[in-house]
Design a protein around this ligand. Structure first.
Ligand code: NAP
Length: 254
């Protein structure tokens, strides 16, 4: 599980643990991983997914400590809401690095480990699972979404390519694309620490929680091994598209 130190990633480690899975928790902030490991029993590995040497070391550690039959590429995030005209290339590079290159680095490094898990399984129909956490921002564009849209569209495309390239192997490739999820840090990071502005997207609606997304991801992993849930889109009921968010109570029409 990458991006395990906060938000959706941490909630998913908790959910996997509750369901009886042994989980490896990967992120850059060691103290957060240590706390999560103490709480859940997950194996913490400090790793920047954009750094190939660190990713290779992480994959070696996973292989040497019991291997893995599943991978969730969740590390990611957004920086800024600037127009294409006024955006910072450095923000765009950082978004592409973590949401796309990081996903590729980790996938490439762990594929041999996933294959080894299937080969070593006693179950004839065993399969390995890769799940990429993208976003509805990878399916629809919106003004101010530029760099994040581009990165998540790319992650969505890479997921489809990977599914084609792994055809014939017992490895399913799944994608979960959430709409608005209220996590502690995502919007705060995107808006560079402006706490007041970061509250606005969640005002007067009931957004998804990290636990809601975690439940969907674990359920996808627990499907029978011949079932591949290609793409699961989930949004708050008040958000009927990236462009339509109903604020205020939901009431049945007369
Ligand atoms: N919140 C939403 O509304 C929403 C909606 C749709 C999709 N998503 C996507 O869901 C994923 C999780 O989002 P979230 O809301 O849970 O945000 P978050 O709390 O900010 O989580 C992002 C996670 O990614 C990790 N990360 C960032 N850069 C990394 C790097 N270079 N190497 C390793 N780990 C890195 C962070 O940990 P460290 O800083 O410790 O490394 C953190 O654990 C992201 O891919 C995001 O784009 C979020």
């Amino acid at each position: 599980m990458t991006g395990a130190s906060s938000g959706i990633g941490a909630a998913t480690v908790r959910r996997f643990t509750e369901a009886g899975w042994h989980t490896v928790a990967v992120a850059r902030r060691e103290e957060r991983l240590t706390a999560l490991a103490a709480e859940t029993g997950a194996h913490p590995i400090v790793c920047d997914v954009t750094d190939e040497a660190q990713v290779a070391a992480m994959a070696r550690e996973v292989a040497e400590t019991g291997g893995a039959s599943g991978l969730v590429n969740n590390a990611g995030g957004a920086l800024g809401t600037d127009s294409v005209e006024h955006a910072s290339n450095e923000d765009w590079r950082q978004m592409f690095e973590v949401n796309v290159i990081g996903l590729r680095n980790v996938t490439a490094a762990l594929l041999p480990v996933l294959r080894q898990a299937v080969r070593g399984s006693n179950t004839a129909d065993a399969c390995a699972s890769i799940l990429n956490l993208t976003s509805t921002a990878g399916l629809d564009v919106y003004a101010g979404g530029g760099g994040y849209n581009a990165a998540k569209f790319a992650a969505h495309a890479v997921t489809g390519v990977l599914r084609l390239e792994l055809a014939g192997e017992p490895i399913r490739v799944m994608e979960v694309a959430p709409g608005l999820v209220h996590t502690e840090e995502f919007t705060l990071n995107r808006l560079r620490g402006d706490a007041e502005a970061a509250k606005r997207p969640y005002a007067d609606i009931v957004p998804l929680t990290a636990a809601d997304v975690a439940a969907v991801m674990v359920a996808a992993f627990e499907q029978p091994p011949h079932v591949n849930q290609d793409l699961i889109v989930l949004r708050p009921i008040a958000q009927s598209s990236v462009f339509h968010t109903h604020r205020g109570p939901l009431t049945p029409r007369e």
